[in-house]
Design a protein around this ligand. Structure first.
Ligand code: KIV
Length: 290
């Protein structure tokens, strides 16, 4: 009996997180989401207990060294998402649809969302915006069996329209617009909604009103879950000025630089590799004489 219970516990622990699991966390406990762009980081982040791994288009800044997310292509999204899926364990993997892969038309968005699902093995896609056209796309995806994470507030693919990375929804009018977008995205069937860089009171009102879990980034403490870019959390981002909402949990950049410079010193000084790091010939010394 004990054995069966243990096995059940293990099986439950090994079950892949689904979008319905994420929905049912609302009001039960906060949802933990982080970005990942490769298999190694996916393994580490999933082992740390993240519920959701987002293959964010922030890969533009974190992997490609770009200033904005706009250059990411569908092929890059597919490549990185495939790699993350391999390391994700039980965490839910969401692929971020890149700029201009879904803005042209509902048909274009549906077909690209389908391609990402088919070619990567992820469980859901994310798309930015809350316009009626976007909500139509969300609902077509959901009808077709493609779970969607919405994303409103500061939507980085619209950085040029916003005139920079600026907090959204500060005025009553703007706040009302974002609130209505959240209601429409919920109605369209999104399983969760990212709220980025909006006042915490607005995020709280949305969270209380919608049944889809809200995942905040720069949206205060009252969301149903939180997401951060993994490089930011680990102290591996090279900002001129740290955004207010980021909490840096470690200084991995210094640790990597330290390890690399120790390797460099050892190589330069002839201290690495030692014989213990080397292979012996099968038949004894196997040495060549000059
Ligand atoms: O691309 C990204 O990393 C994101 C999140 C930070 C929400 O969209």
């Amino acid at each position: 009996m004990f054995f069966i219970e243990t096995l059940r516990g293990m099986t439950a622990a090994m079950k892949k997180t689904s979008v319905t699991d994420i929905r049912s966390l609302k009001g039960m406990r906060r949802i933990v989401a982080l970005t990942a762009y490769d298999c190694t980081m996916a393994k580490l982040v999933a082992s740390g207990g993240a519920d959701i791994l987002l293959v964010g288009d922030s890969l533009a800044q974190c992997v490609k060294g770009e200033e904005t997310t706009l250059s990411v292509t569908l092929e890059e999204t597919i490549y990185h998402t495939r790699n993350v899926v391999k390391g994700a364990g039980t965490a839910l993997v969401v692929a971020d649809l890149p700029f201009m892969s879904y803005q042209v038309s509902t048909e274009q968005g549906l077909s690209n969302a389908g391609r990402v699902m088919k070619e990567t093995g992820c469980q859901a896609v994310k798309m930015e915006g809350g316009s009626p056209e976007r909500c139509e796309l969300i609902s077509r995806c959901v009808e077709s069996g493609i779970p969607v994470m919405g994303h409103i507030g500061l939507t980085p693919q619209s950085v040029n329209a916003f005139g920079g990375y600026v907090v959204q929804g500060r005025s009553d009018d703007e706040g009302k617009k974002i609130f209505d977008q959240a209601l429409n995205i919920e109605r369209a069937g999104a399983f969760s909604i990212v709220l980025e860089c909006i006042p915490y009171q607005l995020a709280k009102n949305i969270t209380l009103r919608v049944s889809s879990p809200t995942i905040g980034i720069g949206a205060g403490p009252y969301c149903d879950g939180q997401i951060l870019v993994i490089n930011d959390l680990l102290g591996m981002s090279f900002w001129e000025k740290k955004p207010r909402f980021v909490k840096v949990y470690d200084d991995i950049a210094s640790k990597i630089i330290g390890a690399v410079s120790s390797f460099r010193d050892d190589v330069v000084n002839g201290e690495y590799p030692e014989i213990k790091h080397s292979y012996k010939g099968v038949d004894g010394e196997n040495g060549q004489q000059d």
